[in-house]
Design a protein around this ligand. Structure first.
Ligand SMILES: C[S@@+](CC[C@H](N)C(=O)[O-])C[C@H]1O[C@@H](n2cnc3c(N)ncnc32)[C@H](O)[C@@H]1O
Length: 252
C-alpha cells in the first residue's frame, strides 16, 4: 500500500470537508439575513448531500452535485439582467432542488416556470414549497416540477432562460447543452443560459473558479458570453450569462 498516497488523499478529503463547512456557515449567514424562508413560509435553506437522497449511485455521487440554494438576492440580480421579454418565454432551472429559484423566478412574468430535479425527495419538497409559499408578488402562476435526470429533459420550444447553479458535472452538462441546442435548431430563438457560482468543492478540492457548465459553454460554437454579474451576496455566487444568437454586451 502506498502510505504517502493514502495520507495525501485523506488530507485532501479533510480540506474539502473544511471548505464545505466554511461555505455552509457563510450561506447560513446570508440566508439568515434574508429571512426568505420565514417570510415565504417555506424551507429551502438546508443543504442536502447526494447520498442523503434515495437515488444515490456511483454515477450520481460522481456527477450530480449536492443541494444547496442560490441566495435570493443573487437570483433576482441574475434574472433582472436577462435580456428577454419574460412574457414570451418559459424559465427552466436545471437541478431545482427545493425550488427556491422557481419561487423567485415566479416574481417575473414568465409564461411558465419549470424545475427539473432527479432526486424525488427534493422535487417533493419543491412542490410542497410551491403550494405553501405566500403568493404575494407572484407574477407567473404556472409552476411545474419534473422529476427526472436533466440530461433526459425535453426542452420546451419556448424555453428562453435556462438556469444552472452548479448542478452537475461537465459530462451531464454536455448532454443538457446539446438538448438545448437541438431545441433551438427546431425552434430558432435566443436562449439565455444563466451560470451561477464558481464551482462547488469536488472530491479533488475546489474547481479554481470554473463552473462545470461554464466549461462546456465557454468558446462553444453558437453561444457567446453576454455578460458577467457580480453577486450582491458573495463573490462565490458571481454569474455568467451566455446566449444563443444574442448580441455581445460588456461585462457588468
Ligand atoms: C447546487 S443545487 C442548486 C439548486 C437550485 N437550482 C438553486 O440554485 O437554489 C443542484 C441541484 O441539482 C440537482 N441535480 C444534480 N444532478 C442532476 C441531474 N442530472 N438532473 C436533475 N437534477 C440534478 C441536485 O439534486 C441539486 O438539487
Amino acid at each position: 500500500m502506498d502510505v504517502h498516497r493514502t495520507e495525501s488523499t485523506r488530507q485532501r478529503l479533510i480540506d474539502v470537508l473544511k471548505t464545505q463547512e466554511r461555505f455552509d456557515i457563510r450561506l447560513r449567514a446570508i440566508d439568515e439575513a434574508d429571512d426568505y424562508d420565514t417570510t415565504m413560509g417555506v424551507e429551502t435553506s438546508e443543504p442536502v448531500e447526494p447520498w442523503e437522497t434515495g437515488k444515490a449511485s456511483d454515477f450520481t455521487l460522481e456527477h450530480h452535485m449536492r443541494y444547496s440554494p442560490t441566495p435570493v438576492r443573487t437570483i433576482r440580480r441574475v434574472l433582472q439582467a436577462c435580456d428577454v421579454r419574460f412574457e414570451d418565454v418559459s424559465f427552466v432551472d436545471f437541478g431545482c432542488g427545493k425550488g427556491r429559484v422557481l419561487l423567485v423566478a415566479a416574481e417575473f412574468p414568465f409564461r411558465k416556470v419549470i424545475g427539473v430535479e432527479y432526486a424525488q425527495e427534493l422535487a417533493e419538497t419543491a412542490r410542497s414549497n410551491i403550494r405553501r409559499a405566500r403568493p404575494d408578488g407572484r407574477r407567473c402562476h404556472d409552476l411545474e416540477v419534473s422529476v427526472q435526470d436533466a440530461a433526459e429533459f425535453l426542452v420546451p420550444p419556448d424555453a428562453g432562460v435556462c438556469y444552472f447553479y452548479e448542478p452537475f458535472s461537465a459530462t451531464v452538462a454536455e448532454k443538457v447543452v446539446r438538448n438545448i441546442e437541438e431545441s433551438v435548431v427546431r425552434h430558432p430563438r435566443k436562449v439565455v443560459g444563466c451560470l451561477v457560482g464558481r464551482g462547488l468543492p469536488a472530491q479533488d478540492g475546489w474547481d479554481g473558479g470554473a463552473s462545470r457548465v461554464g466549461a462546456v459553454l465557454r468558446g462553444r460554437r453558437g453561444w457567446s458570453l453576454a455578460r458577467s454579474i457580480a453577486s450582491p451576496d458573495d463573490p462565490y455566487y458571481d454569474a455568467w450569462l451566455f446566449t444563443t444568437g444574442g448580441e455581445r454586451r460588456g461585462a457588468a
